[in-house]
Design a protein around this ligand. Structure first.
Ligand SMILES: [Zn+2]
Length: 469
């Protein structure tokens, strides 16, 4: 039977003038694990990431760097692309919101929303945080009247803007949430959004009069489209034939944009809604919030150079239940690395390989009989279906521990008779190869090395997968 299933997963598009840090890598690794898993199952998979470039912050940063804005954004977009390449990310596409393909779809959707009667001109008066690219209410400010996140004084803006009738979508959104209890995950985020919508939605300003950088509003080119309104559309503009997305992976700080404004825009423009929005948690570094002033942002590429990208992936998804906040510390990374990878998987693989090498047993490797099918009902599959990465990893490591116990019991190093030794080693090798299929989405480089080593007639030991740190 031909597999006709599809899976379309997105990361947020990242602010182009940010530097890729561990939080970005976290969301992108999560999408990567899922994309690899669904590809392996044979589903038509599309994994999209990209950069958000139409922000006023981009202009300010380019001016500060005394660079032409086009050259500036090109060089920054390449930095993001390089980062993902270095981290082995398997994205199928990379959308930049300065691309023509994006602008075209933004214009189209803007026009459709206008045609549906959901735009009107009004006066906007209020506080605007450039760091957020968002309006703030007075009650959002800290005791010094600064943006609590950016510690900057918001601008006071008075201008004529086009407003989107978000209020009109309160009821349709609530209906959608009721009918689709999985629409926003985890459940506490779902409840948070429902409560917010029930509290009443206000229309939002979706154009800017004074900004020059961005996509001009098709109905009034003296205005540019609000950067968030434009950015969200990337999920369609990259390839409209792929819509709807099955999953948007986002940070919980941008939940309202994705779970309230975005679906309302789609309802207005007559598009299907995404199947699921999953908000992951925040990181602290050694118990402290990541902040520019503390300079404690963690560079995932540096960690990858020291430990390997797979080790970072293992750490992030084993340590932090997806959706929760988590803490990163080098010490904990080393502990988890040594316990699960150096002493765990690495040791097991080295042990079995050495036994095989010493025994001179030859293996008839029939790949098809050894390959473990990624079943729909196995615990592993159920975990990944729920984005329970931790549970799926636990399932893999449970199998490794089981094999460890088996070897302890059989003691193949004490068996001298080749006829008795062979089935024991064959079982061990087949277990490693089967489990390797489950390992692939999580630790792709490691899985490839294991496959190379064990899918041979004569298995030999090789350099350690994870040298002790
Ligand atoms: Zn702010």
């Amino acid at each position: 039977m031909k597999n006709t299933k599809k899976f379309f997963v997105t990361t947020p598009i990242y602010y182009i003038n940010d530097v890729p840090h561990i939080g970005h890598a976290y969301a992108t690794f999560a999408a990567d694990i899922l994309a690899r898993y669904y590809r392996q199952k044979g589903d038509k998979t599309f994994f999209l990431t990209g950069t958000d470039e139409n922000s006023q912050k981009t202009v300010l940063a380019a001016e500060k760097a005394r660079k032409n804005i086009k050259a500036y954004t090109d060089s920054l977009a390449n930095k993001w692309k390089d980062a993902w390449k270095k981290l082995g990310i398997s994205n199928d596409d990379f959308i930049r919101t300065t691309e023509t393909r994006h602008r075209k779809v933004v214009e189209e959707i803007f026009k459709q929303i206008d045609k549906n009667g959901d735009l009107y001109k009004g006066k906007y008066e209020g506080l605007y945080c450039v760091g957020h690219e968002a309006f703030l209410k007075e009650e959002d400010l800290d005791e010094k009247d600064l943006c609590p996140d950016h510690k900057t004084k918001p601008d006071y803006i008075v201008e004529e803007n086009y407003f989107f009738k978000l209020s009109k979508y309160q009821k349709p959104l609530l209906k959608h949430f009721k009918e689709n209890p999985d629409f926003v995950q985890p459940p506490e985020r779902y409840n948070e959004v429902v409560k917010f919508i029930e509290g009443g939605l206000q229309d939002i300003s979706v154009t800017r009069q004074t900004q020059k950088w961005g996509i001009p509003a098709p109905n009034d080119p003296s205005q540019v489209i609000y950067v968030w309104f434009d950015a969200l559309i990337n999920y369609i503009s990259a390839d409209p034939s792929k819509w709807p997305a099955d999953l948007h992976i986002i940070g919980k700080d941008i939940l309202r944009f994705h779970a309230v404004i975005w679906p309302a825009m789609l309802l207005s423009a007559g598009y299907e809604l995404p199947k699921k929005v999953f908000a992951h948690g925040f990181f602290t570094i050694n118990g402290q919030k990541i902040s520019k002033s503390l300079g404690n942002a963690i560079d995932p590429i540096k960690i990858s150079e020291e430990y390997g990208t797979d080790a970072l992936r293992y750490f992030l998804f084993k340590e932090i239940p997806f959706g929760n906040d988590g803490d990163f510390s080098s010490e904990r990374l080393r502990e988890v690395y040594n316990a699960g990878l150096a002493n765990g998987l690495g040791n097991l693989v080295a042990r079995v390989a050495k036994l095989c090498e010493k025994s001179k047993v030859t293996f008839k490797v029939d790949r098809s009989s050894l390959e473990f099918k990624l079943g729909e009902t196995t615990k592993y599959a159920l975990c990944l279906n729920d984005l329970n990465f931790q549970g799926a990893l636990e399932e893999i490591w449970r199998r490794y521990r089981q094999l460890d116990h088996y070897l302890e019991k059989q003691k193949p190093w004490e068996i001298e008779e080749k006829g008795k030794l062979k089935p024991v080693l064959e079982y061990a090798v087949s277990e490693i190869i089967k489990t390797n299929e489950l390992l692939k989405p999580f630790l792709p480089e490691t899985a490839e090395r294991i496959a190379k080593q064990f899918l041979q007639k004569k298995i030999t030991s090789s350099i350690a997968l994870f040298p002790r740190k």
